[in-house]
Design a protein around this ligand. Structure first.
Ligand code: 13P
Length: 251
């Protein structure tokens, strides 16, 4: 059933990228046509580059997204950016609840849920991240942690058109380590069950991305796993050749 879900390869540039990185983005735009048959592409640069990238990407096969938003529309929140501002700059998706924000900024499941709702309010897709730490994995708590994060972070009424879930084991991010294909299959299957039991038919159609040390060398194996509907890529999304090669690895 999930075979019909079109894969999405999303790049999370994190706190990387000056204006000079536009050249790399240009190369992604150029190469995107070659991989369009395989997957949709989304690049989430730092907020400073969203508007410029979105202008360049207009009419091309790469969408532009953001890495975070504030739950409110506007107000006295120095340094924060509203989802409406990101949409206005050209973002069509917003990553919320990345483990680096949960850790660096103490973001709770409730706050992540409010940010996902803010993305919808602005008319853009929320990409909600969940994942266990090494310690939680070692303690055999992975599924319990994921159940709790998904329950708390996903808004009621989530639909396949406006919600994407990204499973990113914290211990796999930036480490070169990945779970085995068997582990990924079990965990994505578990997430799928939770989504369908909570959101019925919509849950069956939602994209579930895998993230954590995805590279050209492991993409094909990971992307072939049942209920893996694409990837959320960090380091390897900074280079056009790697990012496009990962998309080529989609089944
Ligand atoms: O955190 C990630 C994407 O959001 C994954 O990062 P890496 O691909 O660098 O491991």
């Amino acid at each position: 059933m999930t075979d019909a879900i079109r894969p999405l390869i999303a790049g999370n540039w994190k706190m990387n990228g000056l204006k000079a990185a536009t050249a790399e983005f240009d190369a992604m735009l150029t190469g995107a046509a070659d991989v369009a048959a395989k997957a949709d592409l989304l690049v989430c640069p730092p907020a400073t580059l969203i508007a410029a990238f979105a202008d360049k990407a207009r009419g091309k096969k790469v969408a532009v997204g953001a890495q975070d938003c504030h739950p409110k529309v506007s107000g006295a929140h120095t340094g924060d950016i509203a989802a409406e501002m990101l949409a206005d700059a050209g973002a069509s998706g917003i990553i919320v609840g990345h483990s680096e924000r949960r850790a660096d900024h103490g973001e709770s499941d409730l706050l992540v849920r409010q940010k996902a709702e803010a993305a919808w309010r602005a008319g853009v897709t929320a990409i909600v991240c969940v994942g266990e730490t090494q310690g939680q994995r070692d303690a055999g708590q992975t599924l319990d942690i994921l159940r709790g994060q998904l329950q708390g972070s996903l808004p009621d009424g989530s639909r396949a058109a406006n919600l994407i879930v990204a499973y990113e084991p914290v211990w796999a991010i930036g480490t070169g380590l990945t779970p085995t294909a068997q582990d990924v299959e079990q965990i994505h299957g578990f997430i799928r069950e939770l989504l369908t039991s909570r959101f019925s038919a919509e849950g069956a159609k939602m994209r579930i991305l895998y993230g954590g040390s995805v590279k050209p060398s492991n993409a094909a194996e990971l992307m072939a796993v049942a209920n893996v509907n694409g990837a959320l890529v960090g380091g390897a999304s900074l280079k056009a050749a790697d990012f496009l090669a990962i998309a080529k690895g989609c089944p």
